[in-house]
Design a binder for this molecule. Structure first.
Ligand SMILES: CC(C)(COP(=O)(O)OP(=O)(O)OC[C@H]1O[C@@H](n2cnc3c(N)ncnc32)[C@H](O)[C@@H]1OP(=O)(O)O)[C@@H](O)C(=O)NCCC(=O)NCCS
Length: 143
């Protein structure tokens, strides 16, 4: 089941982000994303437990940006990441968004393949984009 995030979901999302993503985020930003763009903050649940999430924001009235997407390790390759992305695109289309952008580590081959197969195109390489100095690919998809 995919739905918009609710206040009680924020703490489990922070825990899941810590377990699945290499980047270290200040926990307070999750509440900020919820308050600024609740329609872009989605969770995937299995029996009321959060097993995945996606956070996106609007960067202009017509462009959205995916900031994080993650699925718990043991639930990957079951279509949950795709379902989060599909629901996000649906939410964004309802908000008159015409393009979705994101960045992905150049070393994250899984995520790179995941996005390419779902219609995202490479836009640029961003040097030293991450905290550890790693480069990113900027990708975009017209809706
Ligand atoms: C990237 C990520 C979110 C994808 O989530 P996911 O739930 O595994 O995504 P899906 O299951 O929808 O798709 C993943 C693959 O499983 C395959 N798959 C989907 N359902 C399947 C099924 N029932 N049986 C077998 N394979 C399946 C898909 O074809 C897909 O392969 P592809 O990418 O080659 O097309 C997940 O790998 C993740 O959390 N990674 C760590 C965090 C991360 O790197 N985030 C991105 C940072 S930019």
């Amino acid at each position: 089941m995919i739905r918009r995030v609710e206040p009680n979901d924020i703490f489990p999302v922070i825990t899941l982000a810590f377990d699945t993503l290499p980047e270290r985020y200040n926990p307070s930003i999750f509440n900020q994303f919820y308050e600024s763009c609740p329609e872009g903050f989605l969770v995937a649940l299995q029996n009321k437990t959060i097993i995945g999430f996606l956070i996106g924001i609007k960067t202009t009235p017509n462009i959205a940006r995916i900031l994080m997407i993650a699925v718990e390790d043991s639930f990957r390759k079951k279509g949950i990441g795709s379902a989060l992305l599909t629901q996000f695109i649906k939410e964004m289309k309802n908000q008159q968004i015409t393009k979705v952008e994101l960045e992905v580590r150049t070393s994250n081959k899984n995520a790179l393949r995941f996005y390419k197969k779902r219609g995202f195109l490479l836009q640029a390489t961003l040097q030293k984009f991450y905290q550890n100095g790693e480069n990113a690919y900027s990708m975009g998809k017209e809706l």
